[in-house]
Design a protein around this ligand. Structure first.
Ligand SMILES: Cc1ncc(COP(=O)(O)O)c(C=O)c1O
Length: 405
């Protein structure tokens, strides 16, 4: 393995915290990841040494801050394999990126046009498309999920037709961990002339991404799950699609000229970034990408999956344990239930032992309905998690199973 986990942990001050007198085991990375000193210091340095609004000024600090902000765009473009920085629109997160894609494509949709999603989507890749159903009369279709948590690819193929205008799918599920074969799906989507939007929120943290090789039109990511700050994300769009997309925020910076009679727009990506953007957050995301890029994504994946399987092996000994999501190609998300126990109770008991996991629907109500469950407990592993933490999770869940059954 190309890195030492203890060295990595030493770069995250928060990981030395105690929770309920126990060392913190932070296993809630799919919700949000902790921040390394490289990111904390980058934000401090920018605020403490050079800060101004971007693009508008002629003074030194305005230029320095603009350079840092635009530099972060270049880093995101490189990270996602985008041809140019101009393919990257900064947003306030993945949710805003998906809303921008849906809103900005609305003018291409007519009543009866079909938008294909899947049953494993996060609400942020469902609700914006419901807006199009409500406003434009679009028809939403959901690709079924198989019992093991895989996407039903045969069903997807049979759902695609000349009526399909948009396909929007998650790359890696935040509940099942399933990694969908986006590069295989892209040619099917293109064959019917539809736009392909991909929710890469989880995937961008766990595997190398190249949006050109994937063959997607739009791809979104979020900073805070990638060890960066909150309030920042990005929408990649290919050049042709960014010309078609309409902006949904109007204001300063996104315009070329404003007259009493009409307005003309700036070029992408600025056309989509009205007002003062999340400057510090974008710079923090750039720092997170710099930090994360020192590791080989294959090493990170191998490490995270080793922790995942170590936990899973131990949990399988518990009679009431049920794994949710067992696709052959998956990332380090371990959703589970204990028969007869509520996921919230499991999470609360684990917190007593300093172990942070999430419990609930994880913003995926259609998936919960499909699986016939109300909620899951979810441990999600990141770069700094250890085999020892996996063992503590197993011991904690064993205690929860004992108390709750
Ligand atoms: C798969 C997926 N899509 C979208 C989102 C939304 O991301 P954000 O809350 O950063 O906008 C999440 C967050 O959990 C997610 O897991």
């Amino acid at each position: 393995m190309g890195f030492n986990v203890e060295d990595i942990r030493a770069q995250f001050p928060i990981l030395s915290r105690k929770i309920n007198d126990k060392p913190l085991a932070y296993l809630d990375n799919a919700a949000s990841a902790q921040k390394p000193l490289a990111v904390i210091n980058a934000l401090k340095d920018q605020m403490g040494t050079s800060f101004a609004n971007v693009h508008r000024g002629l003074h030194t600090m305005a230029n320095e801050t603009t350079e840092a902000y635009e530099g972060a765009r270049t880093k995101v473009a490189k990270f996602l394999g985008a041809p140019k920085p101009d393919n990257i629109v900064f947003t306030r997160g993945a949710t805003e990126a998906l809303n921008l894609a849906a809103y900005g494509l609305a003018h291409t949709i007519e009543a009866g046009d079909e938008i294909i999603l899947s049953q494993m989507e996060h609400h942020s890749n469902i609700v914006p498309w419901h807006f199009l159903r409500e406003r434009k009369g679009a028809v939403l279709k959901f690709v079924p999920v198989l019992d093991n948590g895989e996407l039903d690819l045969d069903a997807l193929k049979s759902m695609l037709s000349s009526k399909t205008k948009i396909v929007s799918l998650v790359h890696m599920s935040n509940v099942l961990g399933t990694i969908n074969p986006i590069a295989d799906i892209a040619p099917w989507v293109k064959a019917v002339g539809a736009v392909f939007v991909v929710d890469g929120t989880q995937a961008a943290v766990h595997m190398p991404i190249n949006v050109v090789d994937l063959g997607v039109d739009f791809f979104c990511m979020t900073g805070h799950k990638l060890y960066g700050p909150t309030g920042i994300g990005a929408l990649y769009g290919n050049a042709e699609m960014l010309e078609i997309l309409l902006p949904f925020n109007g204001g300063g910076e996104m315009i070329e000229d404003v007259f009493e009679s009409h307005v003309t727009y700036n070029d992408p990506p600025h056309k989509f970034e009205a007002g003062t953007p999340p400057i510090l957050e974008a710079i923090g995301l750039g720092a997170a990408i710099d930090w994360y890029s020192q590791f080989d994504p294959k090493d990170v994946h191998q490490h995270e999956m080793a922790v995942y399987y170590h936990a899973l092996d131990g949990l399988r000994d518990i009679n009431s344990f049920k794994l949710i999501g067992d696709a052959p190609n998956k990332g380090s998300v371990l959703s589970f239930n204990l028969e007869g126990a509520h996921a919230h109770d499991v999470a609360q008991i684990l917190d007593k032992y300093g172990i942070a996991v999430r419990a609930g629907q994880h913003c995926t109500q259609p998936l919960m309905t499909r699986l016939g469950i109300h909620s899951t407990a979810r441990a999600s592993f990141g770069i700094y998690n250890t085999l020892d933490e996996a063992e503590r999770l197993v011991a904690g869940v064993k205690k929860a199973a004992h108390f709750l059954s």
